[in-house]
Ligand binder design. Structure first.
Ligand SMILES: NC(=O)c1ccc[n+]([C@@H]2O[C@H](COP(=O)([O-])OP(=O)(O)OC[C@H]3O[C@@H](n4cnc5c(N)ncnc54)[C@H](OP(=O)(O)O)[C@@H]3O)[C@@H](O)[C@H]2O)c1
Length: 398
C-alpha cells in the first residue's frame, strides 16, 4: 500500500504522545516515513524542533473535524493514537481507519471503548483489511504477550491453568487519571456493552472457538502467593480479557486453557486498603463536583517527571500449571522492565507500530479488531526483547 507516511502518531503533543514521538524518531529504520499529528500547529512545531528531525511530517488534525481525521487515516499505512480518554476522543480515528483500510494502534485500557469499537467497526475492518489493535501499552502488552510467551514454552496439546500477577510502582499522568475516572463513572454501561459484545462475538465467523477446545476465566480470590512475595488480589482489568480473547482464537494456548488475573499488593494492610478504597473512588466518580475534585490531582498533559519514571519498574509473573494429571508441572515466567505507564508504554506502542509497518513475519490474521498477541505475536516479543524488556523463564518443576 503506497501512502505518504508509514506511521502517523496522533496525540503526539500529549504526555505519552511526546514520549512515543521521541522513541519513534530515535529508533525508526532508515528511510521510514514518520508523521506527528495533533490539534495544535504551534505545539507540533515546537515538538518537531525539539526532536530535531527535519524529515518528520506534521499533520494538523482535530477529533471535532471529521475531514481532518479522514485525511490523516488516508495518509498513512499505520495510525497510532494516544488521544484519550478514548471513550471521549477515540472513535473518529478508529472509524476512519476501518474505512480506509489503515492499520490502527492505541493504548486504551478502557474496556467499554474497546467493546464499542468491536461492535461498530470490526466487520468493516475485516472487509477493508485494517487491523485494529487496542491496548498496546502496559495495558495489555506484558500480560497478553507474556501469556503467549509462557504457553509457547509448554508441550503442545496440554491443558494449562495460567495465572498472571502484575506488580508496578509507577505514577500516573493526567490523561490516565481522566480515563480511569471516566471508566469508573460508567462501569454499569461498560458491563452492558461487554454483554452485548459477548452475545455477538460468540456467533461471529471469526469468534467461534475450535471444537474440542475450552477457554475460560478461572475463579480468583485474594490470597498469599509466596512466588510473588505476598498478597495478591483479583483485578477485573482489560488485560485478562485480552489474554482470554487471544487464547480463544489461537490453538497454541492448548485444548483447555484457564486464566486468572491478579494485582500484587504484597502486604495484607494494602489489600484491605484497596478493597476499602475502591467503593469510595467509585462513589466520587459518579458525581460532577467530586469527580472534578479527584481530577485536580493532575492536569491533562502532565505526568510523572523523568526522575520519578527512572525509579519506576514493573514485573508480571506468570504461573502455569500444566502437564498430565499424573505428572503436573509448574512453569514460572516473567515479563519485566522500567517505568510501565510511560517510558515502557511508549516503547511498546512504537515497537508495535514498527512491527505492523515493517515486519513481514506477523501472524496472517486479516483485518478486524485483534488483540496485541493475535496481531503481533512472537515478532513483537522479539522486538521488545531487543529493546530491553525481559521475557524470562524462571523455573519449570514437577
Ligand atoms: N495502556 C496504557 O498502559 C496507557 C499508558 C499511558 C497512557 N494511557 C492512556 O493514554 C491516553 C493519553 O494519556 P496522556 O497522559 O498522554 O494524556 P494527555 O497528556 O492529556 O494527552 C492527550 C492528547 O490528546 C490530545 N487531544 C485532546 N483533545 C483532542 C482533540 N479534540 N483533537 C485532537 N487531539 C486532542 C491532546 O492534545 P494537546 O496536546 O493539544 O492538548 C493530547 O495530545 C489516556 O487515555 C491514558 O489513559 C494508557
Amino acid at each position: 500500500m503506497e501512502r505518504r507516511f508509514d506511521i502517523a502518531l496522533f496525540g503526539a503533543t500529549g504526555f505519552t504522545g511526546a514520549l512515543t514521538a521521541e522513541y519513534l524518531v530515535a529508533n525508526a529504520p532508515p528511510g521510514a516515513k514518520l508523521a506527528l499529528a495533533g490539534r495544535s500547529p504551534q505545539k507540533l512545531e515546537a515538538l518537531a524542533a525539539r526532536l530535531g528531525d527535519p524529515a518528520v511530517g506534521l499533520v494538523v488534525a482535530d477529533v471535532s473535524d471529521p475531514e481532518s481525521i479522514r485525511a490523516l487515516a488516508q495518509s498513512t499505512r499505520v495510525a497510532i493514537s494516544t488521544v484519550g480518554p478514548f471513550l471521549t476522543h477515540g472513535e473518529p480515528l478508529v472509524a476512519a481507519c476501518a474505512a480506509a483500510g489503515t492499520d490502527y494502534l492505541d493504548i486504551s485500557g478502557e474496556s467499554e471503548f474497546v467493546d464499542l469499537m468491536y461492535l461498530r467497526y470490526h466487520e468493516q475492518a475485516r472487509e477493508s483489511g485494517a487491523r485494529l489493535v487496542h491496548s498496546c501499552g502496559y495495558e495489555s502488552i506484558p500480560f497478553d504477550l507474556g501469556a503467549l510467551f509462557t504457553v509457547s514454552q509448554l508441550a503442545a496439546g496440554e491443558p494449562v491453568a495460567l495465572a498472571g500477577f502484575g506488580q508496578s510502582n509507577g505514577s500516573i499522568s493526567g490523561g490516565t487519571l481522566r480515563s480511569a475516572v471516566n471508566a469508573l463513572a460508567r462501569f454499569q454501561e461498560a458491563g452492558r456493552v461487554s454483554r452485548q459484545r459477548r452475545a455477538i462475538e460468540r456467533h461471529a465467523p471469526d469468534g467461534v472457538i475450535a471444537e474440542g477446545r475450552t477457554v475460560r476465566s478461572a475463579q480468583a480470590r485474594p490470597h498469599r502467593e509466596s512466588l510473588v512475595g505476598g498478597w495478591v488480589v483479583p483485578a477485573p482489568l482489560i488485560d485478562a480479557r485480552h489474554v482470554l480473547r487471544s487464547a480463544r482464537l489461537d490453538s497454541a494456548y492448548g485444548p483447555e486453557f484457564t486464566y486468572a488475573h491478579y494485582v500484587v499488593t504484597r502486604r495484607l494492610g494494602r489489600t484491605i486498603a484497596l478493597y476499602a478504597g475502591l467503593p469510595v473512588l467509585l462513589t466520587l466518580a459518579q458525581f460532577g463536583p467530586t469527580r472534578r475534585l479527584v481530577l485536580t490531582y493532575r492536569r491533562a498533559g502532565e505526568g510523572p517527571s523523568a526522575e520519578r519514571r527512572a525509579r519506576s519498574r514493573f514485573k508480571v509473573t506468570f504461573i502455569a500449571d500444566h502437564g498430565s494429571p499424573r505428572r503436573r508441572r509448574r512453569l514460572v515466567t516473567s515479563v519485566s522492565g522500567g517505568d510501565p505507564g510511560y517510558d515502557e508504554t511508549a516503547k511498546m506502542l512504537a515497537e508495535s507500530a514498527f512491527a505492523l509497518a515493517f515486519d513481514d513475519d506477523l501472524p496472517a490474521r486479516g483485518g478486524g479488531q485483534l488483540t496485541p498477541a493475535l496481531a503481533l505475536g512472537h515478532p513483537l516479543i522479539r522486538r521488545l526483547q531487543r529493546a530491553g524488556i525481559r521475557f524470562e523463564v524462571l523455573s519449570d518443576e514437577v
